[in-house]
Structures are given as C-alpha cells and as structure tokens.
Design a protein around this ligand. Sequence first.
Ligand SMILES: [Fe+2]
Ligand SMILES: [Fe+2]
Length: 308
Amino acid sequence: MAMTQTQLLHELEPVVAGELDRHNAMAKEWFPHEYIPWSEGRDFDGVYGGEAWQDSDSKLPEAARVSLIVNLLTEDNLPSYHHEIATTFGRDGAWGTWVGRWTAEEGRHGVAIRDYLTVTRAVDPVALERARMTHMEAGFATEYGTMLEQLAYVSFQELATRIAHRNTGRASGDEGCERLLARIAADENLHMLFYRNLLKAAFELDPNQTMRAVTDVVKTFQMPGSSIEGFTRKAMIIAHEGIYDLRLHLDDVLMPVLKQWSVFDKTGLDASGEQAREELAEFLAKTETTAARFVERRAERKARAAQR
Ligand SMILES: [Fe+2]
Ligand SMILES: [Fe+2]
C-alpha cells in the first residue's frame, strides 16, 4: 500500500531533525559584504548625479553576464520558492525549522550577487531591475503536486544551481566574482545533500512511489529560472560556453544523485516501481544521445568560429 503524503511527512520528520543537525554543524557562517570590492564602486546617474552605466563599464564576458543575470533572477524569486516549500513541507516542527533556515540562507545569495554586480558595474542595473520586476511579478509555481516529487526536484535543482554558480564564476575570468560564486555554490551543495538524504530515506519507506516521483521529475526537469524572459536564448548562450548544458546536467547532476539513491540496484520493487525504473533508464539513454550530439555540434560551431 502506498503511503499517504501525511504519513510520509510524519515518518520523515526524525530524518529532517537529524539532517538539520548535520547541516547546522557543516554550514559555515559567512558575510556577503566581505565578498564585495566596495572601493571599485562609484555613483550612478539619478539622485547622486554620477555616471549612467554603459556597456564598456563591464569587465565580464557576455556569457558570464547572461549567466549571472539568470542566476540572480532565479535567487530573486525566493518568496515564491518559500511559498511552495512551506506549503508542502509545513512550518511546524523540524520541517518548519528547515524551511526557515533554508530560506534565510538562500536570501543571502541574491543580496551578495546583486551587490557585486552593482558595485563592479558588471551588468546594466536598469535592465536588471526591470527584469527582476517582471520575473518576480510572474512568480514561480511548482508543477509538482506531491511532496516526493518536490523532494526529488529540489535534490536535482540544488545541485544544478551549484554547478551553474561555480561554472559562471570560472567563465567570468574575475577572481572576486569566482570567489563569491564558489562560496554560494558551497551552500547549494549542502542544500542538495539535505534533500538528497531525505529522499534516500523516502526510498526506504515507500520505494515504488518514490521511484515513480523520481522518474517523473527527471523526465520533466526544468531549471528554476526557465520562466525568465528570453530564457531560451540565454540558456543557449550559457550552454554554448559550457557553463550549464545537457552534458553537465546528465553527468554532474542527474547521474551522481541517482547513483547515491542506488536507483538501479534496488531490489524488491513491485510492477509499478519496475515500470517507473524502466522509463527512467529509457529516458537517460535518450538524453545521453542528445547530449553527445549537442557536444559534437558545439565543437563544430566553435571550430567554424575560430576559422573566421
Ligand atoms: Fe541559492
Ligand atoms: Fe540552495
């Protein structure tokens, strides 16, 4: 018999409490202001009568700028994410404590990245503010209706944001930017561990239902910023630069997490669980083909560009 959502939340509560202790022991306090080169800052036009931003102010390559904007707008949508997870996980007991802690940690990310971009004049602050308004007004609503699906989604999503932040830092060619994004990526990794361990526990409680949730999420996974205006074009630039692409998604996000859950070594699944696992295997095989083709085409595009 499949467990109900309420039963699962109840049974997982002690695991949440244990993971919270582990998280709090591992998480290091850090301060956004220490990562910002304030002495590089100068007044903008408007109230202080300084100089308006112009394109030549930015030292960062185009792809890094695009990626920083996507990452920041994604972090900016925190009120929506908080709403989604608080609605599913609840605000009481260990679950509630985690929701609060996670939200507070995530809040630091948007603050730090925005300060960095503004002080270093890395991106157009007017365009950024307008994009933030549009993105936050639209908000974010999860397409996943169950707690297990949401747990599976955030396990992959936290790791995806870790990779995206880390590789954006590298692509920036800017030591300060890389240091800040590596710091943020370390937070995302701890978030991933939390959710991944919880879902591992859910596999013990109800393997068939959990397998179905994992399969459905892997097959439909979208980055949390996918509702950003012009996302398709931005994602192409980000993929072309190797900051985040299907190859990385498969090799560095999906496979390591699935391996940690021992998805393909699980025994004792019923017919529904086996069916879900087969679908997952088929989807991963198809994704492997698409990822390999993408990498080939990208290499061809780069070779052509180098000849010009
Ligand atoms: Fe974050
Ligand atoms: Fe996170």
